[in-house]
Design a binder for this molecule. Structure first.
Ligand code: SF4
Length: 249
């Protein structure tokens, strides 16, 4: 590392280059950052309208024992600079939840989540069987597509690690309200059919909630925190009129 690149003389060379090349006022020296053994970037404050937090930068270099020269100058965002969000390509800007009524969103060409399905053979019996097992479609989901969907559902609020699932000993897998999916996803996922629980949502077999079909205790008309009031255990007694009049009760 050439020590000449960190001296005040090197800073002056960097400042002069910025004032000449950029034609702008250069503020106080902010930092020096070694780029490699033979170059150092010097940063200066840049008091420019609309560039809050940006800094002027000049990279100086020197061969061992040689003269300090300027490699390049630039205006760069500093650590507190106001910068735009990272560029997102147009074809990646549609996100889950963006689809609105009337929108058309065809799958991308070569979408890896889809593959050709079974083509009708013309044999009525064979095609009928294909229809029954659900493969008579133009396209079906690939293994990748199913795996990605399963991953999202596993991590969702209806997965086995959800707070609701960890707060109960019941599991969907043995609940009467659990409607298993068809196909390979049947092994781990189903739809809840309980309107008081995760009704209509895909739930993992190890998700669970207190509305499980085998749950016992309060049905909702009482509080789980207190025993129900049983008026059959209350005894009605007559209060003598004289005692009542004397304020004895
Ligand atoms: S009622 Fe609860 S335990 Fe039963 S399927 Fe629905 S979410 Fe799962």
């Amino acid at each position: 590392m050439s020590s000449a690149l960190h001296t005040s003389a090197a800073v002056d060379v960097a400042r002069a280059a910025l004032e000449t090349d950029e034609g702008a006022a250069v503020g106080a020296h902010v930092a020096s950052v070694a780029e490699d053994d033979f170059s150092v970037a010097h940063y200066f404050e840049a008091d420019l309208p609309a560039y809050r937090g940006w800094q002027w930068c000049a990279v100086v270099a020197a061969s061992p024992g040689g003269e300090v020269t300027v490699s390049e100058t630039a205006l760069l965002p500093g650590p507190d600079a106001l910068t735009p969000p990272a560029w997102v390509p147009w074809d990646q800007r549609v996100r889950a939840g963006d689809l609105a009524p009337g929108d058309v969103l065809p799958p991308a060409h070569g979408d890896p989540r889809l593959e050709p399905g079974y083509m009708l053979s013309g044999d009525p019996e064979q095609d009928a069987v294909a229809g029954e097992i659900g493969v008579n479609l133009e396209r079906v989901m690939t293994r990748l597509g199913r795996t990605e969907a399963a991953g999202r559902w596993l991590e969702s609020e209806f997965g086995p690690e959800a707070e609701m699932a960890r707060s109960t000993r019941f599991h969907c897998g043995d609940c009467a309200f659990y409607l298993p999916l068809a196909g390979v996803l049947r092994a781990a996922f189903g739809v809840c059919g309980n309107e008081f629980a995760a009704d209509g949502r895909v739930v993992h077999a190890h998700y669970g909630c207190g509305a499980h079909s085998s749950a016992t205790g309060s049905s909702g008309s009482g509080s789980p925190a207190y025993p129900p009031y049983d008026d059959g255990e209350v005894e009605n007694v007559e209060i003598p009129a004289a005692l009542e009049a004397a304020g004895g009760v």
